[in-house]
Design a binder for this molecule. Sequence first.
Ligand SMILES: [Zn+2]
Length: 64
Amino acid sequence: MSQILATKPKTLYYDLHFTKPSIHLHSTVSEATCYVCKKELKEGIGLTAKRFADRIVLVCSSHN
Ligand SMILES: [Zn+2]
């Protein structure tokens, strides 16, 4: 019985700790898109940072 009471707060803390960074990570990924075709960064597609009109933009491998 005492074991259940001891592990319960740890589980709650882990859930809270894990949820916050995963939301932040998702919002960062959605912003990484190709400047030309708006293709999202995913497996098999490489995005490269390029200087375009005095600012840095991301372009995919087919528009590099
Ligand atoms: Zn592209």
